[in-house]
Write a protein of this length. Sequence first.
Length: 546
Amino acid sequence: MSTAGAAPETFDFVVIGSGFGGSISAMRLAQKGYRVAVLEAGKRWRAADFPKSNWDAFKYLWAPKLRCFGIQNITLLKGVMVLHGAGVGGGSLVYANTLMRPSDDVFAHPSWGKSVDWRRELEPHYETARRMLGVTRNPALEEGERTLRRVSARMGAESTFHATEVGVYFGSPGVTVPDPFFGGAGPERTGCVLCGGCMVGCRFGAKNTLDRNYLYFAERFGARVFPERRALRIVPTGDGYEVETQETTAWFSRRGRTFRAKRVIVAAGVLGSIELLLKNRDEFGTLPRLSPRLGEFVRTNGESLLGATSFEAHRDLSRGIAIGAAFHPNSLTKIESVRYSSGSGAMRLLGVPLTPDGNAFTRPLKLLLRVLRRLPRMLRLWTVADWARSTIILLVMQTLDQHLRLRLGRSLLTGARRLEGRPTDKPIPSYMPVAQEAAEHLAEELHGEPQNVISEVLLRTPATAHILGGCAIAPSAETGVIDARHEVFGHPGLYVCDGSVIPGNLGVNPSLTISALAERFAAGFEPAPGETQASLAAREIRFGAA
């Protein structure tokens, strides 16, 4: 067994993170014959290991200091509260399966630059990612989706209502079959039972998580995944880099093994990648030439999270997939309905009654007055037996250009360096009128009570599951962190490939765009030296049922 003192093992690439950017990069490079190591801070999960509900904090939440090693990480920063994933497969373990393309107008925004025709260049890579991730249109419009349709009609936008495109194997509910996606070469799959538990971890094998496609084949092609290891330092050497790691699940944090590679791909998710690079520039000094733009223009996809809980016991809003439908109340906004499985009501702890806008003092005061004036309804809301069964969450996204910056600060308790949010001239709002209106309509349809996320009301801090930016693609180090080939300015052989490279709000769930960018990035590498046409053909992916 390797120890921290053992000689570093050498690879062609070390990939830091196993989410969409990391898994896709690892698979494509391993497919080309490179020796690839994937470092993941979280644990490896089997379907049977996922929690039965999100009340099981030790299996659901990622908070190692509290001995919680789950798949859902919640990070509160000044300016934003972020919900992000943890584990082998990254955000795919906990995301809502939603894989949708942004409108062409998104790529015309000046933030994407003019040096690359991004819409045209990403087109074939979107199609490849769609096939690899098994994207299909949701066929199950259950009561939650039908309710959202009525909300869209109330807002004069029923013509824009549509089912989502998702990475789910529907098949026959509960029936396990040989791999239906890759000619029998992938893992067997089980038809979706519409339990609504996608974001608690799919216990049935229907969700197309990365460990069932990209990461599955990466390991078949020889990539090695090292779970429970967080990258700490990236140290340049004469012919590449050494990556020093830390064990994440040990009782006491201690140094893990060191990995050496000619090239390193940072794909630790937006918060993970920015913090890692900032520490290596500003604290350790190992990457001193990183751009001053690191941590700038961090976006939330223009999000607001709201919802409504029904007081009618006969309703079952938990049946279906996590996000089954959406509509567009205007050209800048998209609204999706979100659910959790019956019994998974832990997110009710983040909910407070819908509250009008105000400043840091007046909005909390308005919340208190609303609770007092509507106390009987509040008591009914707080005593709903199965919150998830009775609740629809609204995910509202916009393409408006709003952002914050991330920098390293210090913990008041420990003195350790950590990420802090800083304001900009275009701050991310914590109140969105169109979102509030939608929540009110939803509550009326459900004969229930609308709700905000507590951080938006008490802290003026929006919540997001789709943090973007901070290591933006740009023409130079004066305007961004990486070039159009994802290589870090000032540090050859170091790359970034995750949601942090996206330079603007997408207005849709970003996983498919991250995947397309990763496919494009990996396509830029030639096969490893010594690879033959025969060896490459043997690792070719074939699509279709067995």
